[in-house]
Design a protein around this ligand. Structure first.
Ligand code: 13P
Length: 278
C-alpha cells in the first residue's frame, strides 16, 4: 500500500523505532527491498536518488515500485532521495512519487530555507511529503570524525522546521555517505538537543558502517528514518566477485539472482536492527 512519509515516520518517532530507506535503481534492488520488507512484515521506504537518473528512467522506477506496493498491505513509500533540482521534483511527483527530499544543504541557510519552503508548499498541495537537510552529511568518505561546523545547529533547525513546514528533517550529527575509515564519531549530544526542540521525525543519512549501538541510541533519541545504500551494494558486489572468480561464473540471470539474495539478507539485517529486534 503506497503512502507518504508521514504515515510511516510519525508513528516511528512517537514509538521510538525507525524505518529504513533503502536505495533502489533497478529490478533487483526493488525486488530485494520488497522481499525483505514482506518477509519481516515491516513498513519500508524505497529511495531513488536523483543521481540514479543516469542509470534508470524515473518513470519506469516509479511504475515498478508502485506495482510492488500494490501487492502488499504494508505501508510503502516511494521517495525521491537527495534532489537538488526542482524540475526533477516536479517530474517525480508527476511520475507518482509520494515523497521527495529537497537537498539544499550546500546552500546558504536562508536560501536553503526559502527554496525548501517553495518545494514544501507545492508538494503538500498534492499530498506529497518533503524531507530537507540542514547542516551537511558529507559525501567524501575519508573522514571518520566530521568537523563540528558540518553539524546541524539547534536554533537553525527550530527556525527551519517552523518556517518551511517540512515533514522530516535530515540532521548532520557525524555520519557521512559511503565507507568510513575507522569508527565514525556520532555526536549524540547534538542529536539530543535537536530532538528536544524539534518534534518532527528526524532522519539519519549515511547508515552504512555506523555501529549498531550508535544506531540504537540515535533511534531512541528521535531518529525515525535511516538511509542505507553503500552496504547493500557492497554485499551484492562481494557475492558477485566470488561468483565471477569461478572458471565458469554462469548465466547473468543466475549471478543477478545471487546478488539479489545477498541484498535481501543485508536489508533484513538493517530492518531487524531498526526495529530493535536483531
Ligand atoms: P550510505 O551509502 O552511507 O549507506 O548512505 C546512504 C544515504 O544516506 C542515502 O541518502
Amino acid at each position: 500500500m503506497l503512502v507518504n512519509l508521514n504515515e510511516v515516520l510519525v508513528p516511528a518517532r512517537k514509538h521510538r523505532y525507525c524505518v529504513g530507506a533503502f536505495n533502489i535503481f533497478n529490478l533487483e534492488t526493488v525486488d530485494a527491498v520488497y522481499r525483505a520488507a514482506v518477509e519481516l512484515k515491516t513498513p519500508v521506504i524505497f529511495a531513488f536518488g536523483e543521481k540514479y537518473i543516469e542509470v534508470a528512467n524515473i518513470g519506469i522506477i516509479a511504475t515498478l515500485v508502485r506495482e510492488f506496493a500494490g501487492r502488499t498491505t504494508l505501508p510503502t513509500v516511494l521517495h525521491l532521495d537527495h534532489c537538488k533540482s526542482v524540475d526533477v521534483i516536479y517530474k517525480a511527483v508527476r511520475a507518482g512519487f509520494t515523497s521527495v527530499m529537497f537537498d539544499g544543504s550546500r546552500l546558504p541557510f536562508s536560501e536553503n530555507l526559502s527554496r525548501t519552503k517553495q518545494v514544501a508548499d507545492f508538494a503538500h498541495s498534492v499530498d506529497v511529503t518533503v524531507e530537507a537537510e540542514l547542516g551537511s552529511v558529507p559525501f567524501d568518505h575519508a573522514l571518520s570524525e566530521i568537523p563540528e561546523e558540518y553539524l546541524t545547529k539547534v536554533d537553525e533547525a527550530v527556525r527551519f522546521v517552523e518556517e518551511t513546514g517540512v515533514d522530516a528533517l535530515a540532521v548532520a550529527i557525524g555520519t557521512a555517505h559511503g565507507e568510513y575509515k575507522g569508527r565514525p564519531k556520532i555526536y549524540h549530544d547534538r542529536l539530543k538537543e535537536i530532538a528536544g526542540k524539534v518534534s518532527l521525525p528526524l532522519v539519519l543519512h549515511g547508515g552504512s558502517g555506523v555501529p549498531d549501538e550508535d544506531i540504537l541510541q540515535a533511534v531512541r533519541a528521535g531518529i525515525a528514518k535511516i538511509n542505507v545504500n553503500t552496504q547493500i551494494s557492497s554485499a551484492a558486489v562481494k557475492r558477485l566477485k566470488v561468483l565471477c572468480a569461478k572458471e565458469k561464473p554462469g548465466h547473468l540471470s543466475d549471478l543477478l539472482r545471487e546478488a539479489e539474495q545477498a541484498m535481501v539478507e543485508e536489508v533484513k539485517g538493517f530492518m531487524r536492527l531498526f526495529a530493535g529486534t536483531n
